[in-house]
Design a protein around this ligand. Structure first.
Ligand SMILES: [Fe+2]
Ligand SMILES: [Fe+2]
Length: 268
């Protein structure tokens, strides 16, 4: 046997991690019909006057709207990754991620229909989406979406689930926290392989991309639509604290990929 096939095998062994996430994704796959649509209220109902209840519903509607907007953008991102990834294991994996993001969108569309329909868009989320979609390299796309965004969003799902016990919203958030955990894990595994063969200029591009993305992510995390402005002011100090921890975690992830993070500037 020539040396070539052996080398090829060694090369493929590096992709075993990515393949494991493909199998995990298939194992965790759920259907929109599994959500207990008719057994639970869509969002917490609240008590008090009809006006108070309507205000409360508007607050929840804006929470759902932000997630719907994020997952519609995620559909386009996942499709780009599927198209851009040259490796068969990664392509197989991304074919499941496209389905996940599309299923998330379907679930949010159904839920928002039950709480009054679509509302105000978060402009920072749209800007984050553009940064990703216009990124030049596959390394940068995986980095922005899977390494950063999908990891930073998981505690937010947990938080929403905790404050909406017994609702459809809680059920969907719990499913999405698991799915995005897989999306993030697979991205870390794939980014490691990509960076091993990437030229040093790519690594500098990633740091520059992180510096463009982090302030926008911070603005997104602290952004409140009109419906949530009041609550927004009450929670701002706590939100900033949480955000600081999340951003620091993001920087640690970049360091664990072997990137030199000394040039990353945190927005706080
Ligand atoms: Fe999603
Ligand atoms: Fe995702």
């Amino acid at each position: 046997m020539s040396a070539e096939p052996v080398e090829e095998l060694v090369g493929r062994a590096a992709y075993a991690g990515v393949l494991r996430f493909y199998e995990l994704a298939k194992h965790q796959e759920w259907q929109v019909r599994d959500v207990p649509w008719n057994e639970r209220p869509p969002v917490p109902e609240g008590k008090g006057s009809p006006q108070r209840m309507a205000r409360r519903r508007d607050v929840w509607r804006s929470v759902v709207m932000q997630q719907l907007q994020a997952d519609i953008i995620a559909c386009e991102m996942a499709a780009q990754l599927l198209n851009a990834a040259p490796d068969p294991e990664a392509r197989l994996y991304y074919s499941t991620m496209v389905q996940d993001e599309s299923r998330h969108t379907e679930a949010w569309l159904k839920l928002i229909g039950r709480v009054g329909g679509e509302g105000e868009r978060d402009p920072h989320l749209d800007r984050l989406g553009h940064m990703f979609l216009e990124a030049d390299s596959l390394e940068e796309k995986v980095f922005l979406m899977q390494v950063f965004f999908e990891r930073l969003i998981i505690p937010r799902f947990r938080l929403i689930a905790r404050s909406s016990r017994g609702t459809i919203l809680e059920d969907i958030c719990n499913r999405l926290a698991v799915d995005d955990g897989i999306h993030h894990g697979s991205g870390m595994a794939y980014e490691r392989i990509l960076l091993e063969r990437a030229p040093p200029t790519i690594k500098q591009q990633l740091i520059d991309a992180a510096n463009r993305m982090l302030p926008e992510f911070a603005a997104h995390a602290l952004w409140r639509p009109k419906a949530r402005e009041m609550i927004g002011q009450l929670m701002e100090a706590r939100d900033r604290e949480r955000l600081k921890m999340e951003l620091n975690h993001g920087v640690r992830l970049a360091a664990s990929l072997g990137l030199d993070v000394r040039d990353v500037a945190l927005p706080f």
